[in-house]
Design a protein around this ligand. Structure first.
Ligand SMILES: Cc1cc2nc3c(=O)[nH]c(=O)nc-3n(C[C@H](O)[C@H](O)[C@H](O)COP(=O)(O)OP(=O)(O)OC[C@H]3O[C@@H](n4cnc5c(N)ncnc54)[C@H](O)[C@@H]3O)c2cc1C
Length: 463
């Protein structure tokens, strides 16, 4: 059988820098308003969400955006798009779709160790430009193709017991509202607006720029190893305490999990990583395709093929290690649990997943620190995050119908950009400042110009 003995090594976890996905409108700078090239619709990364906007609007600057909003008819609807990496239908509109791809770049902020970042800046570009200034973000998500504004708008996060999601480092931002006003907010100026706007799903207006606290550029040392899953699950809280960044991937129907740690590295050495994620996925998929009908045999064969002695190490700039490539497309759900519920919850999720012989994608378990943004899933709560994936084009309804209820029994709050089916009534119970947010949204955008059907469901607004 061609299944590699490297099966277990998610390894690579990839040092390769993710290529930027160039959206269609990035190549049309001559005019800001571009007729949508029919019949090409907009699609998100996984292909699950699609729409045919009437117009793509790619303003040259904040002033052009504000002017366009001021002069547009009141009934015109607007949605913002970043890199289209959300799985939920946050972006789709059949009216105007605005992209800040021409608003990209980083400049030193007013205060020490801060940077002003334009909303359309992709995270990969942001990391490189910060590095050139001797700075870095304290943490990064799995991939870095997202736009800065899109990433903070859904509370995008990495892993680390003491490391919060990206938006928690935002100290000030500039918001272009439905009326075409430009509002500035910070800890001293409109602090309530700042707390609401950091994670706002593009529903309060367009984030043109956000100032972020940065840290001196740093190197990390990564270690990847395999461990029997029951043992690693028990050790997870302790490992999260011992390492700056700790996460694990459970490899379904193998009994093993791959642990990944990153710690500050002052050795000055560079040790390249080897990206083997795709090989691992291919092997897990083959095992499912060939032996999915016989789970006992599938486990046994996986046990023979896995070499638990294999480990991997890498040393490099943090941004070169923390974010990796994801060539294989998938759909995903992720919930954020109270930290003390994480391990119990993941055990139930694994048991439910292994009732389904079609599952092969690894499950991801991470740690995220608390923050104070009103709609942050980490609002005043130290959290564990559990993400479950299904290959694009394969069944994924069970992520909502079978896995979602387990997360909710453990007090989970859904990732705004990943599949969930919650509406306003449930969200109001999960977010102490939910009604304050809804009220503020109505004040800023009484006509609902920035709403689409999904956001209406989230905020309990009539169509
Ligand atoms: C392969 C992959 C890996 C991922 N890894 C992680 C991970 O490790 N951690 C994690 O937390 N998430 C992860 N995600 C989810 C992803 O980070 C979020 O969905 C993020 O919001 C996507 O950013 P984007 O630029 O693609 O935004 P989009 O998906 O295009 O938009 C997201 C939201 O932001 C709004 N928005 C965009 N630009 C603006 C703006 N200028 N002003 C106001 N609102 C705006 C949109 O209207 C929408 O509501 C991953 C997704 C994929 C596909």
């Amino acid at each position: 059988m061609a299944v590699s003995r490297r099966l277990v090594l998610r390894a690579g976890a990839g040092a390769a820098v993710a290529p930027l996905l160039a959206p269609a409108w990035a190549q049309v700078p001559a005019s800001s308003v571009v007729p949508a090239p029919a019949p090409a619709p907009w699609r998100n990364w996984s292909g699950l969400q699609q729409c045919q906007p009437q117009r793509f609007f790619v303003p040259a600057d904040e002033a052009e955006l504000a002017q366009a909003l001021r002069s547009a008819p009141a009934q015109q609807r607007w949605r913002c798009v970043g890199a289209g990496h959300s799985f939920t239908p946050l972006v789709p509109t059949d009216d105007w779709l605005v992209s800040l791809d021409r608003l990209s770049g980083v400049a030193p902020g007013a205060a020490a160790q801060t940077a002003r970042v334009q909303g359309g800046t992709r995270l990969a570009v942001l990391s490189r430009q910060l590095d050139a200034l001797g700075w870095a973000l304290p943490n990064l998500p799995d991939v870095d193709v997202q736009s800065w504004a899109g990433a903070i708008s859904t509370a995008t996060h990495g892993t680390g017991r003491n490391l919060p999601a990206l938006h928690a480092q935002v100290q000030a931002l500039r918001l272009v509202t439905a009326r075409g006003d430009i509002l500035e907010c910070s800890a001293t100026r409109n602090p309530e607006l700042l707390a609401a706007a950091k994670v706002s799903l593009g529903s309060l207006g367009v984030i043109a720029e956000a100032q972020v606290a940065v840290v001196p550029a740093y190197n990390l040392h990564r270690r990847v190893w395999l461990e029997p899953a029951p043992q690693l699950l028990e050790r997870a809280p302790q490992l999260a305490q011992q390492h700056r960044n700790f996460e694990f991937y459970y490899l379904p129907f193998t009994g093993y999990a791959a642990a990944i740690t990153h710690d500050i590295d002052d050795s000055g050495q560079v040790l390249d990583a080897h990206a083997a994620d795709e090989d691992v996925l291919r092997d897990l998929r083959l095992l499912r395709d060939w032996l999915g009908f016989a789970p006992g045999l599938r486990r046994k064969v996986a046990g023979w093929l896995i070499d638990p002695q294999q480990t991997e190490e890498a040393r490099n700039r943090a941004w070169k290690l923390l974010s990796t490539q994801r060539p294989t497309r998938f759909n995903e759900t992720e919930y954020h649990l109270p930290r003390e519920a994480g391990v119990a919850c993941v055990k139930e999720v694994i048991a439910a997943l292994e009732q389904r012989n079609d599952v092969f994608f690894p499950l991801e378990f991470r740690f995220v620190a608390a923050d104070d943004a009103w709609l942050s899933p980490f609002y005043q709560r130290e959290s564990c995050s559990i993400a479950v994936h299904a290959a694009a084009g394969e069944a994924h309804a069970y992520l909502l119908s079978e896995i979602g209820p387990i997360f909710r029994r453990h007090g989970g709050r859904p990732h705004w950009g990943k599949l969930h089916d919650l509406g306003a009534a449930q969200l109001a119970l999960l977010y102490p400042r939910f009604q304050d947010f809804v009220q503020l949204r109505r004040e800023l955008d009484p006509q609902g110009r920035f709403l689409n059907p999904h956001l209406r469901q989230l905020f309990g607004e009539k169509a």
